[in-house]
Structures are given as structure tokens and as C-alpha cells.
Design a protein around this ligand. Sequence first.
Ligand SMILES: C[S@@+](CC[C@H](N)C(=O)[O-])C[C@H]1O[C@@H](n2cnc3c(N)ncnc32)[C@H](O)[C@@H]1O
Length: 545
Amino acid sequence: MTGPEQRDADPRADDPRDPAPDERARPHRAGPPHAAAGRGRLPGRPDQGPAARGQAGRPGAGDRRSGMDRGGMNRAGQGRDARSGRGPRPGRPPSDPARQAAYEAVAAVHRDDAYANLVLPEILREMRLHGRDAAFATELTYGTLRALGTLDLVVAAAAGRDVARIDPPARDALRLGAYQLLFTRVPSHAAVNQTVDLVRSVAPGATGFANAVMREISESDLDTWLGRLAPDAAQDPVGNLSVLHHHPRWIVRAFADVLGNDLEETARLLIEDNQPPVVHLCARPGRADAVDLADEVGGLPGAFSPYAVYLNGGAPGELAAIVDGRAHVQDEGSQLVAAALLAAPVEGSDARWLDLCAGPGGKAGLLGAVAAQRGAELVAVEVAEHRARLVERATAGMPVRVLTTDGRDAGRDPLLPAGSFDRVLVDAPCTGLGSLRRRPEARWRRQPGDLPPLTRLQRDLLAAALRAVRPGGVVAYVTCSPHMVETQVSVTEGARRSGVEADFVDARTLLPAGMPKLGPGPTVQLWPHRHGTDAMFLAVLRRAE
Ligand SMILES: C[S@@+](CC[C@H](N)C(=O)[O-])C[C@H]1O[C@@H](n2cnc3c(N)ncnc32)[C@H](O)[C@@H]1O
């Protein structure tokens, strides 16, 4: 992806809400966003086997580069040369290239803390996989990682032991095999044989074990396994949803809390979270018009944001409009919350805007484009040096000044003086639970223990924003998480601790007319299953005169 929203190894491990670089647009669904098919089989493809597909493109042992060459960095920012996992052994019969690629990606995610959306494209490139093979490898990787918790229950039940007690290479191969058996149309015999071949090449001692486990899994279909393994819906509804829809229990609980404990709606959200999102473009104001851009790229104008275009397919990074800076890849929800900051009425001066958490620059790209139209200047603050450079790239040619500094110092830092900005955006670092569609492994990596440090940061950043905004000016507080403690609690606490008097603006009035299901206000929570966007939260505060 060439757009500014590309995520890299993330020092803050915050909300990776942006479209994944390898993400391909999926066909747009007509009509309002709706719950997709339940827990049935996902689209797979008939297995052709390595013989039918030929061996072209399979790298020999000599072609294999070290893990460091692909996938680059892990979450800790370490190179992958320290990887300890086993690749296929020379001379052993490897499985087919698509499955091999998926195995390598899943293993890198678990072994090296890699991000699937970064590591998989590298592996596909290295293995020279394209077309159907690349699509199959992507489906296997993303599907396996999304459904991991449920797959692990199945593998453990079939193996008669917890997955923690299975050798990691065999465990990852079995997870991929179970996914093929239960979630795709790959014929059972092919899923079993290919998985056993894969285990033979990565964990030869476990070949017989893998064969037995795969055969046991293949004895029952997904519904039967779920019926056996999911807690009873009447006794433990959250646990039941957690297994049925492959989300950790604490995340299901958090979503249900925000959705008023409506478990049917919670299920619709979980189902939507398991779908790859449609890729959205933002037609940059003054540089492109959304309707014209939709024509140009063969997409559809967005349902809500005046800047949004839904892509129908293809690689967004290759589009001329992206390459020449007329558009960038950005979820429609992100566009809406950035535009809401600009829609809030302010009296008097309106030329100094601040983006307090700007990297990698998606919203700064939109705010900067409007600043150019309105004769304003945007100061974009980002604490991480390399992300600040991404903001510069995303806002090239716009009236944007990028500062690499800590946003918590706003209102004290002479470069960000108190009471000097007319509009301030706090797009706070968060758990990213609102964009689980985009990062298949994220739901299993995130832990409740991530919340306290993030919420402290959120409150401090909001307090700094309230110090930096002038009386009568507005602050938009945004997260890509619907978790109550990151939204309502952080806003209330941040505002209280700032010592600055401020009032809520009804954020619903700042969104396009006719948007459905925005709740009672004054804050707004967007949802994938209601609006087709990431689950963005928006609160708008006006500093008292
Ligand atoms: C949710 S992301 C912002 C996304 C961005 N607004 C966009 O639309 O592309 C949060 C950003 O805040 C940055 N950040 C974290 N702590 C910060 C701090 N104390 N001051 C400034 N930026 C910070 C992170 O590095 C990260 O780039």
C-alpha cells in the first residue's frame, strides 16, 4: 500500500486501524451494512493439489532467505534473524506453496510477534505467489489467525492435550489444517494429506500425531465441534458467543457492555469483525471529487462521508489517484470523525488547527487538505520520529507543520502554547478493538492489562488538548476502540483532570444528516455492523469562554 495509512512495526502497539498493506478490496455489499453469513463455511476454493497447480514458483532450499529478509520487524521492533522456528527441510516433501506460505506467515506471527499484514506480502513476494495461490494463502493465513481461539479448542480436543503442549511448528500446521477442514470447501482428504505433508517437513517427529489429530477433526463438521465445545448459551452467553464467533471472552464482554447487553446485536458485530473490510479511499478535498474518483477507480461513492469511495477490488496502492496524492486509503469512519472536528461551529479566529497524535497521517492528510481550502494551518504532533516522517509524506504540499514531540506537553511547550488553537484533534492511542477486521491476530494479542497504560495516556493527551485550545475552540477526542474505559471514562476523566472548563457538543450534529443509529449523544459510537466503518468513538468538547 502506498497510502499514508500504512502501519509499520508499532512502538506503541496501539490501534492498528488502517487498511492492511496487502488488503485487497472486497466486493461492496449493496444496501446497508448487515450481518454476514453466520458460522458456516467461508468461501474456499476447490483444492487442486500441488500436482494440478504445478511446482512453478516454489522456492528451492537455496531460494529461501532468512526470516530477517521478509517481514522485517516484529512488534518489539526486533529483526527476525533471531527466529528459532523450523522451515521445511531440504529433501523432505514440502506441502503446496500456498499452504507453505500460510504456514510461514502464521508461524512468524506466533514465533516472532510479526504482523500478518506485513509479513505475508513479503512471503508471497519471496515465493512468487500470485493470483489464486496468493489469494488462497491469504485466506488461510487470515482465516486461521482470526479463528485461532476456536481452532485451538478443536485441536486440543482432538489431540487430547492443550495446544500449549504441542510443539509450535506442529501446532501451527494443525491450526491451518483445522481451518481448512472446518471453514473452507477444501476436501477433507486434501486438507488432511497436505497438513500431514506440511508437518512432515516442519516437525517430522509429529507426523503420525498430526495424521491422527487431523483425522479426528475431520470426523465432525464445524457445527458439531461448536456444539461440543461452546459453553451453553443459556448458562454462559458471552462464553458461547466467544467460541462461536472467535473472539476472546473479555472483548465480547466489552462489546456487549457498550451495546446495552444486546447479545443478538453483539453477535452481528462479531460476525462482521470476521469479514475482511471493504477498502475505503478518501478523495482529498480540493484535489479530487468522490463521485469522479469512484468513476475513475470503478468503485462506489461512500454512503456517509462526502470524501469516501468504496473500492470493488484490486490493490489500492497501484491506483493513479493514490500515487499522485489525490486520495489516500482511509476507513470511512476515520474520515467522518476528522470531518466532524471541522464541522463544529467556532466563532472568531479559525486558522490554527492541531492534530495531537498525527502518525502516520491519515487524518492529518484530510485536515491538511481542508486547511489549504480554508486558509488555515495544521500543526501535526507525533511523538515517534519515524511516524512523524510518515506524516510529512502524507501531508506534502499542504499547509501542515509536523512537530516530533510529546503531545502531553501541549499547553506547556512554547511551540504549542496554551489557549492558542482553534480546533484540536486527539486521535488517541488505544487498543484498536474497533478495527479487529483489519488485523487478524490483534484480538488474541490484546489483553485487558493493555488498558491501564493506554487510558492514562488518553486522559493526559485530552487534558493537554484542552489546555492548548482557546476559549470557544473545539477539541475532538477520537479512539478506534469502543471499549468504555477508553471512550466515556477517558473523556470524563481527561476533561476533569485538565482543570479546564468545557462542554460537550452533540457530536451527532457534526456527522452527515441521515446517518442511522447514532445513539442518544452527545458522543457517537460508529460500528462495523451498523455503519460499515471501524468502531470509531467521537466526543467533541468546546472550551468555555
Ligand atoms: C491512533 S494513532 C493516530 C492515527 C492518525 N491520527 C491517523 O489518522 O493516521 C496514535 C498516534 O499517537 C502517537 N502517540 C502516542 N503517544 C503520543 C504522545 N504522547 N504524543 C504524541 N503522539 C503520540 C502514536 O505514535 C500514534 O502514531
